[in-house]
Design a protein around this ligand. Structure first.
Ligand code: C2E
Ligand code: MG
Ligand code: MG
Ligand code: MG
Length: 288
């Protein structure tokens, strides 16, 4: 686990978790009861138009505030949630809360959410998502779904028609972690993506690593050639931002601009910028 912890910046705060990792049932139980108890919350990370320095929107990143384990990052619980079949339920609750939070933001700001490949295989996914949007009175054009290349392995035709129908509703589709998976360039052509997100594994080291910089440049011009806007994730320094600015009009996301923050911190940040549209809304109704 040491390697994972280093990479994700989240640690096992409690030896109980290491123990429970061996006792899978305890961890599963904690996950299920955590979902029911509302211990999973959305955090938000800013996305910046690198040319103007303005916030264009936020990516929702799930956090588990576990009494037993401390504060746990998604790379440690999303795979488990997928494995035990609760990812759809968990994701829906997080999205419901996120739509509620984002409704208070300036209406020009977008909300991006990550969608697991398993969710895309659920035949009811589109219908449930649209229902959430309607219930939250949230305009579909402000919502962006981030999907990764792994969703493209199987059922390509099914995934394509799902993405096309969501897109027809006005939802934006981004290809996340581009360059790190298995997508072929032909999929880029045949699937209805609206944006490419360059994996931070290329962006973070780009000022010290010529190969990474070359890959970032190549993806940026690929996006430009295909008419797809590009986001660089993992922008950790002003030097990286300066190099990206020379590549053209990219969107940037990373610790340089801000870490993922709670709904309250996000709201305060936006309020200071005059980007809160409406007064605080009552909490969303609990799911049935
Ligand atoms: P992702 O969608 O690629 O999200 C970007 C990750 O990079 C986030 O990690 C973010 O905190 C981190 N990050 C952002 N800027 C920087 C930076 O400058 N430097 C570094 N080192 N890291 C940065 P996080 O929050 O741990 O999320 C990890 C992954 O978990 C996400 O990767 C996404 O694939 C998944 N995830 C998060 N929330 C959800 C969710 O609600 N549903 C699903 N299915 N997956 C989720
Ligand atoms: Mg993402
Ligand atoms: Mg990513
Ligand atoms: Mg990732």
């Amino acid at each position: 686990q040491a390697k994972k912890a280093g990479k994700n910046n989240h640690r096992w705060f409690d030896p109980a978790m290491e123990r429970d990792l061996r006792d899978r049932h305890a961890l599963e139980r904690a996950l299920r009861s955590g979902i029911a108890a509302g211990d999973f919350v959305p955090y938000y990370q800013q996305q910046i138009d690198i040319a103007t320095g303005r916030i264009t929107g936020f990516e929702m990143l799930a956090r588990w505030q576990s009494e037993r384990y401390g504060h746990i990052g998604p790379e440690d619980f999303i795979p488990l949630a997928e494995e035990i079949g609760v990812i759809g339920d968990l994701s829906e609750r997080l999205i419901r809360q996120a739509l509620h939070d984002a409704r208070e933001w300036d209406p020009a700001l977008t909300l991006a959410v990550n969608i697991s490949p398993l969710q895309l295989r659920d035949p009811w996914f589109a219908q449930r998502l649209l229902k959430l949007l309607i219930e939250s009175n949230f305009p579909p054009h402000r919502l962006e779904l981030e999907v990764t290349e792994t969703c493209l392995h199987e059922n390509l035709a099914q995934v394509r028609s799902l993405l096309v129908s969501l897109r027809n509703q006005g939802i934006t589709i981004s290809l996340d972690d581009f360059g790190s998976g298995y997508s072929s360039l032909s999929q880029l052509q045949s699937l209805p993506f609206d944006r490419l997100k360059i994996d931070r594994a290329f962006v973070s080291p780009m000022t010290g690593c010529a190969e990474s910089a070359t890959i970032v440049r190549a993806i940026s011009s690929l996006g430009e050639g295909l008419g797809l806007p590009v986001t660089a994730e993992g922008v950790e320094s002003a030097e990286i931002a300066a190099e990206l600015r020379e590549l053209g009009n990219l969107q940037a996301q990373g610790y340089l601009y801000g870490r993922p923050e709670s709904a309250e911190q996000t709201r305060a940040r936006l309020a200071a910028l005059g980007l809160i549209a409406s007064p605080a809304l009552p909490a969303p109704a609990a799911p049935d």
